[in-house]
Design a protein around this ligand. Structure first.
Ligand code: HAM
Length: 425
């Protein structure tokens, strides 16, 4: 039995990116790539699936690994996962290729988490991110945060808060986890049941809980800032000084632990005040000084962030910034003969770098002019039987109602377009 054409829909939590919106998508990626490359970062692309062990290092107790990972056995029975985030994969690549440090890379692409879909929360979403690997210098923390800040500035967002915190070094973490564990055990009965089971194994994850019963307990939990070693405090102070020097406003949020296990020292999140709370994080990141070693590499510090592209554009919508770019078509060729002049002229124009398009199917003059106007093109080249027999082309400036249509010899048409578009200067 044949199926109806529209039987299939995008899977839950995924979307099609369609023309129109896709132009904005390309433009925002361009903003990100240029901000990141100006700061010395180069593109990296890693596979969309990896050995599941790469991602289990994010933390077995995290929702990302424990509940949301797309896991499968490939046909060779190897356990694999669709990447839920970028950092572990980049660290795997670092451990594998051992490039010289500092290794500064940026990436953009799809990521997968089996989450309950809602506005701003997808099962396939897209991030761009950067990772700076090989240095413990706190000025790199400020540099990484500044790249995120510059992207947000460049897309015109104003209503954004930057929250920063420090998880300290390994000693801080150990002392803090002990103190937190003891506190949570003492208050275990008041925690939401779902969170009680995490107290023994993953006390930090209890702090992430969005459940009200748990949140009222954790509001009074010990704060990691009170456990920072002298070295960790010094590192954090230098990061804060750096942000101040770069005029990047921030506030310290001691409860910002982030939902992934690998963080040490600086953690940060940019939140959009124009979005609902549940999906207001447009960018999150931090330092992960132990992760590369866990993935089999030499002990190497690193820091980076991931920015959700869908979230970022939602924030732009809410602030009415970064509009869909207008059409890039420059010239429309209107051909009311047999289509051969349009075929040849568009080809010639494209070869000299002009964005040129045309109508097909021998449409009427009216219909082709409508398409030309709708395309946003500046110039229409018009060819009818008279132009063919006289070997000429008529040129009309579409955005300037005052201007007269001109006629030029066919063999000068391309040069004329070049000059009208200012490509000669
Ligand atoms: P993350 O906080 O899990 O961090 O994700 C970073 C950003 O990705 C979030 O702030 C949000 O904008 C976006 N995002 C996450 N999940 C979804 C979803 N289901 N739907 C839509 N957007 C989403 C990381 O992934 C770390 N790898 C960041 C990092 C890089 N840390 C150090 N280096």
């Amino acid at each position: 039995m044949s199926k109806k054409a529209n039987t299939f829909q995008t899977p839950i939590g995924t979307r099609d990116l369609l023309p129109g919106e896709s132009a904005r998508w390309e433009a925002v990626i361009e903003v990100f790539s240029s901000v990141a490359s100006r700061a010395g970062f180069s593109l990296i692309d890693t596979p969309i699936f990896e050995d599941i062990g790469v991602f289990s290092r994010i933390g077995e107790g995290t929702d990302v690994v424990g509940k949301e990972m797309y896991e499968f056995l490939d046909r060779g029975e190897r356990p694999m996962a669709l990447r839920p985030e970028g950092t572990a994969a980049v660290c795997r690549a670092f451990a594998q290729h051992r490039p010289p440090t500092p290794w500064k890379v940026y990436y953009r692409g799809p990521y997968f988490r089996y989450e309950a879909p809602q506005a701003g929360r997808f099962r396939q979403f897209h991030q761009f991110g950067i990772e700076s690997i090989g240095s413990d210098d706190p000025d790199i923390d400020a540099e990484v945060i500044a790249v995120g800040w510059n992207v947000l500035q460049n897309v015109g967002l104003k209503k954004v808060d930057l929250l920063v915190n420090s998880m300290g070094d390994l000693e801080t973490r150990k002392n803090y986890q002990e103190a937190l564990g003891t506190f949570l055990k003492d208050h275990s009965d008041d925690l939401d049941e779902e969170d009680q089971i995490k107290v023994g194994s993953h006390p930090l994850r209890v702090l992430d809980s969005k459940r009200p019963a748990t949140q009222s307990v954790t509001a009074n939990a010990p704060r990691v800032n009170d456990f920072l070693t002298a070295g960790a405090q010094e590192h954090f102070d230098r990061v804060k000084d750096g942000l101040t020097a770069l005029n990047i406003p921030f506030s310290v949020e001691p409860r910002l632990v982030r939902g992934l296990d690998y963080y040490t020292h600086t953690t940060f999140e940019f939140q959009s005040l124009a979005l609902e709370n549940a999906q207001n994080a447009v960018c999150g990141g931090g330092r992960y000084n132990g992760l590369i070693e866990e993935l089999g590499g030499p002990p190497t510090p690193g820091i980076g962030f991931g920015m959700g592209i869908e979230r970022l554009l939602m924030a732009c919508d809410a602030e009415e910034s970064f509009p869909v770019p207008s059409s890039r078509v420059q010239v429309w060729v209107v051909d009311v003969t047999d289509g051969s002049p349009a075929r040849d002229l568009t080809h010639e124009l494209r070869n000299i770098g002009v964005v040129a398009d045309r109508s097909f199917d021998q449409r009427s003059m009216r219909s082709q002019m409508r398409s030309a106007n709708r395309s946003g093109a500046e110039i229409a080249l018009i060819i009818g039987d008279q132009e063919v027999s006289e070997e000429t082309v008529a040129i009309r400036m579409l955005r300037d109602e005052e201007s007269e249509q001109i006629v030029v010899p066919r063999n000068e048409a391309v040069a004329e377009v070049r000059s009208l578009l200012g490509l000669d200067s």
